[in-house]
Structure formats: structure tokens, C-alpha cells
Design a protein around this ligand. Sequence first.
Ligand SMILES: Cc1ncc(COP(=O)(O)O)c(C=O)c1O
Length: 428
Amino acid sequence: MNLRLADLHASLADPLLDAMTFLNEVTTRYPQAVSFAPGRPYEGFFEPEDVPRYLDAYLAHLAERGLDRDAVRTALFQYGPTKGIIADLVARTLASDEGLTVAPESLVLTVGAQEGMLLVLRALCAGPDDVLLVSAPCYVGVTGAARLLDLTTRPVPEGPDGGPDPEAVQAAARAVRAEGRRPRALYVVPDFANPSGTSMPIAARTRLLDVAAEEGVLVVEDNPYGFFARTPGPRPTLKALDRRRQVVHLGSFAKTCFPGARLGYAVADQEVTGPGGRRSLLADELAKLKSMTTVNTPALSQAVIGGMLLTHDCRLRAANSRATAHYAAGMDTLLRELDRHFPASERRRLGVSWNRPDGGFFAVLTVPFAADDAAMERCAREYGVLWTPMAPFYPAGGGEHRLRLSISALTHTQIIDGIAKLAAFITS
Ligand SMILES: Cc1ncc(COP(=O)(O)O)c(C=O)c1O
């Protein structure tokens, strides 16, 4: 039976869902091109022997906890608890790395932060009148998840310093309410955001939490890049500043461990009152949804990442010190090479500018031409360099002259070579 796209869910005809597929397709067609496109981690630190080593460390941990052979069999081979099996280790890691005190019951281990987003949006948004505020530009994973769930998103422009401007959040929340709808939650990546690379100053974080509380808006914090901070050190997460249980925090092990494990978590410590005053945690409600999607996060992935956490004494910042230095040097190289190819006088003449993230994976370049799919493909074909158009990251339009550069998967030599090629394309 042949199907018509028009008869399938409307999200499938949304260009948003094609944006990443097209990029992957171009990447496959030009394998020799230097690619500033993917936000994937650098592979130079991955050693295949580490996988069995971490698994062994987790097995030793189960034995130390007194599990006999049958109990280990059940833990690793069977369907497992929906909320996961390594919440205690994740809670210890959050305490040592983020200064966050989290009860393991408030955690749900998810198949990446992406699943966490889907569960949280599904749980929080009750009906068509609930609106999700998102920063613009915004990570397509969340706008895509909202599209799958038929949720309405409302973009809030990022402020000059990074993150959604708190005053703009307030204005957007009030505008939504004036339309008779409910501004339900705000999605934000406060550290080294994808795609803009910017980080929210600490004062803006506090102000954002105050504004969100005043407006009755929950904050969904997504924090895959906060670990890659350097001097003056990491900024506190929104969850660490949260005094009102207003923040649902999403974590990912994709960048701090490795994405092949597809492991993430949600910290959802909000109390939920049900019929007859029955109380639960939002984490338990997320688990109910999860039981109807992925059932449980693969035990093997949790065991390997659990073993990695144990191997590093539940201190992922320390475990990632080499990676952090590598990414920081990569960002320095990128900014230095842009400075070298586009000295200040040239920049103005050409209409080229860029931001200066102090860490993370991404920077954004503004160019005088439309940085669209056609330009990206021509750049790959004729100049051997790839990047990501920014327009799909703006839910209500914008970003047509911007492109995202990611340094994460590249060596320094590739960055130097890639920027030379990109400069040749821009000045052609
Ligand atoms: C902001 C943001 N959130 C979430 C993710 C996805 O995380 P995970 O791989 O854990 O699903 C990414 C990945 O690039 C990201 O940039």
C-alpha cells in the first residue's frame, strides 16, 4: 500500500525534521570535506578497551554490594526498573561535579537527553493551550520533539550576553497569557548553548528564575556542555540555584562519557498531587510515560556508564580534564584563525562577524550572503568545508545570514585548514 506524506503526522512534512537529514546526507557525499557541522565529541579520547573495563568495574561494584550471580543476571540481562539502575551513582556525580543534592528517587535514566525532553514536554503540557517558551536560536532537538507532540512553541530572543533575556521571557509569558493560553515551561541551555555557543551570566540566571517563578513558568534546563568550562570555572547550573523546585534538569552523558551509550537523565524533584491527595514525584510520572515508550533504558548502557563513573570516583569534571583542554584549545584556534583571516578592517568591509564563546563546542559566524543549504553544499563541493546553516534553529524565522561552526570533532590542524578554506569561500 502506498502512502501519502499528507496523510502522515504533520511533523513529517515539516522542513525542521529534514534539516539534519540533509546535513548528514551532504556530509556523506563529501567525506573529504573538513566538517564544522557535527556537534559530536572528539574520538581521539575513546579507547575500545575501556568498554569492557568499565563493565567489569560495574560488575565488581554489584559484587561489593552483595549481589549474587542470579541477582547480577537479573540486573544486566533482564528488563529493568523504568527509572533506571544507576541513579545513586548519577546522584553522587551531580553532588561532586555540580554541588547538587539530588535524591536518587528524583532521577530518571533516559535514552539520551533527547528522550528526557520528550518525556518532560509530554508530562508538562496538558493540552493545546499550553505553550513552551524556547530561546531563539534554539536546539532543534527540542523544537522537533515539540513538533512531534503537536505542542506550540513561542520563541524568546537570546539576550546579548547569552540565554533567553529574562525581561523578554516575562513579556512572552504575559503575551501568551493575554491570548488566553498558559505559558507552561521555558526550555533553556544556559551553558555553551547549541547553536549559539553563548552562556548565561550568573546574575541573569538568578533573574531568570525569579521571572519564571513570578510568571508560574517551569524551567527545563538542558545541560550537555556545562562540563566544558574553563577559568574562572563552571557557572552554577539553574538547578543548583533553584530554591523553589521550579527547574527540571536534563543531563546527558553523550559529551562527558560517549554518545554510543545513548544515556541521559532527568532530575524531576517536583511534587505532584493526585486524586485523594496522593503524592508522587514528577520523576515517577515521567517513568509512567517512559514505560509506554522505551520501557527502560538499556541496562548494558547504564552498566558501562556506571562503571565509568565508578572508575573516576563519580567525578566527571576531573575525568574530562583532557577533553576540556582539547575543546578549549580548539575554540581558541578557531577564534584565532578567524581573526587572522578577517582582520578588523576586512571584517567591516566584508560584513563578517562572529561571537566569542569562552568554551564549549560552538561559535556563530555572520556572513553577507544567505547561509542556506545551497551555499553549504557549494562550499562543500568547491571549497571542501562544511558548516551548519543557522536558520532552522530560529523557530519564527531569522538567522538566514548565520552559520554554526563546531570545533568538537576536529583536530587543530583540521580547524586551521578548514578556516582557510571557509575564508576562501566567503571572499570568493
Ligand atoms: C542542547 C542539546 N541537548 C541535548 C542533546 C542531545 O543529547 P543526547 O545525545 O544525550 O540525547 C544535544 C546534542 O547535541 C544538544 O546539543
